[in-house]
Ligand binder design. Structure first.
Ligand code: ASP
Length: 313
C-alpha cells in the first residue's frame, strides 16, 4: 500500500448564508485559501506526519488567515472584545484538549494541543488558560493583531440590528462585502489514525463569557479511530444541545454507517431535534470524506484517499 493512497484530509472555513460571496474575486480568495491549506496538509501527511500533527498545522494556518473567524480574524463580542474557543482530539485514545474564552493568543489550537499533552485536564478557560499559556512559554499577541476594521464594522452592524449572528450571516440590508468563518480540520493518516480540530472567535455580538460548541468535545469536535473524525460549524447552542459530532460518531459505531450515511443522519437529527443551523465535515475510519450543512453554504474542501484536492461552498 503506498503512503499517498491512504490518507484523507478535510478542512472547512465556516457555514452560513455567505451572501457576501457575490463576486468571483471573493469566492476565489476563500477557495484558494482552503486549497492552499489542504495542499500544505497533504505535504505533512506525505512526510509521515500524523493525523494529529496535520490537523494542528492546518488549523493554525487557517487561524493565521484574517479572512476566517479564528485566530487573528476572530469576530468581536458584545464588548468589542475577542474571546476565542478551540479544541483538538486524537482518535487513537480519545485524548483531547480545549480552551475557551481566550484572548491575545495567536493560535488557540496550539494552546488546546498543549492542554492535551502538557496538562492533566481537557479544558482550560479564560484567565486560567492564559496563565497556562504563559507557563508553556507562549508570548501573548498584542491587541492590534486581532482588531481588524472589518470586524469593528461587523459588530457595529450587528448592534445596530440588535442581532447575535454567525460570522457568515448578513444583518438585513447591510452591504458588508467581507465575511469570515469558523475553521476546522480533520484527517486520517496512512496508519488509520483519525484526528479533529476546530477553532473559532464564536458568533458576532455574543455575550461576554459565552462559550460555543467548538471547544466542547462531542459537540464541535470529535475523533475516534473506530468511527470517524468530525468538525462542526454553525450556531453553537444548537450543536451543543444535539451533541452533533458525537451523535454522528454514534451512528457509525451503532449502526455501522459510512461517512456519507452518518452525515445525512446527523443533519436530519440536527434539523428535527433543534432546527440547527450549520454544517459538519466527516472522515470515517475507512477514509471516506463527507460534508453536510443546513445553511445555504459552507466553505470546505477535501482530499480523499490521497486524491486531488476539491474545494467548494
Ligand atoms: N460554532 C461557532 C460558535 O457557535 C460559530 C461558527 O461556527 O461560526 O461559536
Amino acid at each position: 500500500m503506498s503512503q499517498t493512497a491512504s490518507y484523507s484530509l478535510m478542512v472547512h472555513g465556516g457555514a452560513g448564508a455567505l451572501d457576501n460571496v457575490k463576486d468571483d474575486k471573493t469566492a476565489m480568495r476563500y477557495l484558494e485559501a482552503i486549497r492552499r491549506v489542504l495542499e500544505h496538509g497533504r505535504e505533512v501527511l506525505e512526510l509521515g506526519g500524523s493525523a494529529l500533527q496535520t490537523v494542528e498545522t492546518c488549523a493554525s494556518l487557517l487561524e493565521d488567515d484574517p479572512i476566517f473567524n479564528a485566530g487573528c480574524g476572530s469576530v468581536l463580542n458584545e464588548k468589542g472584545k475577542v474571546e476565542m474557543d478551540a479544541a483538538i482530539m486524537d482518535g487513537r485514545d480519545l485524548s483531547a484538549g480545549a480552551v475557551a474564552a481566550v484572548g491575545n493568543i495567536a493560535n488557540p489550537i496550539q494552546l488546546a494541543r498543549l492542554v492535551m499533552s502538557e496538562s492533566e485536564h481537557v479544558m482550560l478557560i479564560s484567565e486560567g488558560a492564559m496563565r497556562f499559556a504563559e507557563h508553556c512559554g507562549i508570548t501573548p499577541a498584542p491587541d492590534d493583531y486581532f482588531y481588524t476594521p472589518d470586524r469593528i464594522e461587523q459588530l457595529k452592524q450587528a448592534r445596530l440590528h440588535n442581532k447575535i449572528m454567525l460570522d457568515h450571516d448578513d444583518t438585513e440590508g447591510d452591504s458588508e462585502d467581507q465575511k469570515y468563518g469558523t475553521i476546522g480540520a480533520i484527517a486520517r493518516d496512512p496508519l488509520g489514525n483519525l484526528a479533529a480540530a476546530t477553532s473559532t472567535g464564536g458568533i458576532v455580538n455574543k455575550r461576554m463569557g459565552r462559550v460555543g460548541d467548538s471547544p466542547i468535545i462531542g459537540a464541535g469536535v470529535y475523533a475516534d479511530n473506530e468511527t470517524c473524525a468530525v468538525s462542526a460549524t454553525g450556531y453553537g447552542e444548537e450543536f451543543m444541545r444535539s451533541v452533533i459530532s458525537k451523535t454522528i460518531s454514534d451512528f457509525i459505531y451503532m449502526k455501522d454507517m459510512n461517512a456519507e450515511e452518518a452525515t445525512q443522519a446527523g443533519m436530519a437529527y440536527l434539523t428535527r431535534k433543534v432546527n440547527g443551523r450549520g454544517g459538519v465535515i466527516v472522515i470515517d475510519h475507512n477514509g471516506n470524506c463527507s460534508s453536510g450543512f443546513t445553511t445555504k453554504k459552507m466553505i470546505h474542501g477535501w482530499i480523499e484517499q490521497g486524491g486531488e484536492s476539491v474545494v467548494r461552498f
